[in-house]
Every structure is written in structure tokens, then in C-alpha cells.
Design a protein around this ligand. Sequence first.
Ligand SMILES: Cc1ncc(COP(=O)(O)O)c(C=O)c1O
Length: 354
Amino acid sequence: MIYQIEPSFNKKTLKNLQKYIISGSWFTEHTQTKLFEKKFQSFLKSKNVILYPNGTLTMSSILSCLNIKKEDEVLVSNYTMVATPNAPLLAGAKVNLVDISSQNLCMCPIDLKRKITKKTKFVIYTSMNGRAGNILEILKICKQNKIYLIEDAAHSIGSFYKGKHLGTYGVAGSFSFSMPKLITMGQGGAITTNNNLLAKKLRKFKDFGRVRNGMDIHNSLGYNFKITDMQAVLGLGQLDEIKLRLNSKRNLYDTYYELLKDNNKIKIFRRNKDETPWSFDLYSPFKSKIKKILSKNNIVTRDVYPPINNQKIYNHIKGLKVSNFYCKQGIWLPSSINLKKKQIKKICNLINSI
Ligand SMILES: Cc1ncc(COP(=O)(O)O)c(C=O)c1O
């Protein structure tokens, strides 16, 4: 069986986890969480990183800590995971959907301009599959319209654009460490921001609104959105070998690209030099045939996210042709870090044989 994604941890990480558990440490978030935050911060070249339980609460918490109001509108791409549009709704505001560019499958600046109203206060930009897409243009539009740009960089660990890590362009960025991501903690998330005041608020918000560590004094409302040091230990093991992981993902993507690029029945995207897609995605009207032949050969694929406006709670939002076209034709191919070149060749031969 070739799975779409399998997690992989090196032996040292597993030993460190065992060592941590028997060391009598605190289990809840403590020194290892701080260490992960510090190391991820220096990898991103950002002023602050705050760990959260997942990459959904990160986004709703950023909105809450930026004082989102119920009449505020948040614009989100129609091709993303449902967590992105859910975040503004969970924070008590409104959401509208923006179509994507066919060149990179990220939010389309032209459609964004069309959708901005007086109520638009935030844009959440998803760098789909680690692609920078139109980030600079989107940033410019947001600045011109006094809109906060938040980045959903869940897919973008190790993706840079013009030397800057994705997730660090807007007021805050959100990362996910769920199972299929380049770094996984099982579940987990991180917020990055260069705004120290916002970082302080987000730390307080995740810790019951506590004024200071070790004190039961709370002068604002907050949740318990802490993680555990065990998750941080797992994350640290992967962060310490990040170069290796980035190289394998990039090689895997480029190998697929080379073997499939001459097949004119599928649409694939060339990787920009500094991008690290978490998985290889292809789009084809022959999607069901591809899935069938791969499945017969014990090769597991996964459909890409359906267009958001095909989900029940968003289906009153009409139009969005480009995203509807691509999302319905897309699949993720197997993309585990340990996938062998000969396995990729087998998968591509099967696809090209159709
Ligand atoms: C683009 C995108 N945004 C947000 C999320 C949500 O992250 P989490 O599962 O950590 O809540 C995901 C999860 O896969 C995602 O793919």
C-alpha cells in the first residue's frame, strides 16, 4: 500500500520523547514549547511565534485579538480548507468568498477588489500548497483599503517568496502541525506576528486571560488553548532536520513534475524555486479514471478540498467559476517524505498509461 501521506519521525526524536516522559517534567506546555517557539521564530525570521492547539483556533484567535466585530466582513479564498472561512464565523463575524487565479490557485486580486465593501476589515490569504501566488498584490490592495491581511500558511512551512517566509507578510500568519503537514505534532498550530502587542494579547488569550504566569489573576476573557510539551518535543525533532525534510518534499514534487509535464490531459504547476508544496496536486477531467487505476494498484490518493461554496453553510454564495472548475478536478498524489523515486515512477507510469 502506498498511502497519500505517512508521518515520519527519526529515532532520536522518539528517544527524546521517551526521555522527556520519564524525566518528571511538566507535560503541559513549558520549556520544550518555549524552545520550539524560539527555533521556529528564527526559522521564519519573525519577532514572535505562539503555539496553539491547531491551525483553526490560530485564525479565529487572531481575529478575536484584533477586535473583530460582528458586522465586520472577512474575505477568504473559495479554494482552501473549510477551517479558513469557519474562523471568522467562529469569531462571530461574517465571511464572503473570493475566486482564485488559474495561474497559481491562490486568491485572485481582481476578484478581491470586486468583493471589497465598506464592511471588509480582514482578508485571510491561503498560500495553497505552499504557493506564494499573488501575495504582494494582495498585500498592496489590503494596505490601500486599510484591511488587515492575515495569512493562512497551513500548507507553507518552508515556502519563501523573495526571501521572506510565507506567513510573515501580513499582520499575522497561521500554521498547522496536523498529521499531513511537513512538521506534525498530531495536532498543533502556530501564530507568527511581528506585532508585539498582538503577540502579547494572543498569549494571554490562550491562557485564560491570565495576567502573569503562575498567578490566578485574570483581567480579560480567555480560553485554554495551550498545547503539551510532548507535542513540542515531536515538533523539535522535525524542526532540527528541517533542511532534509524540505529537500525531500521539493525533490518529490520536482520528480512528479518532470514525469507528468508532457501529459496534456492533466494540469500541474511548476514549483517556484523557494516553495515547498506539502503534497503533489494535479487537476484533470480524467480524475476518476486516475483514482481508479491508482486504487487498483493499492495507491491512495485524496481529493483536493471541494470549493467552499459547495459546502452546506456556504452554498448561498454563488459564482466563483475558476475555483469550482479546479477544485472538482483535483487530487493529491502520495507525497510522504519517505516515498521512493521508483514508487513515484510507478504512479506516473500508471497515470500516463490512461
Ligand atoms: C489551508 C488550511 N487551513 C487551515 C487548516 C486547519 O488546520 P488544523 O487542522 O490544524 O486546524 C488546514 C488543515 O489541513 C488547511 O489545510
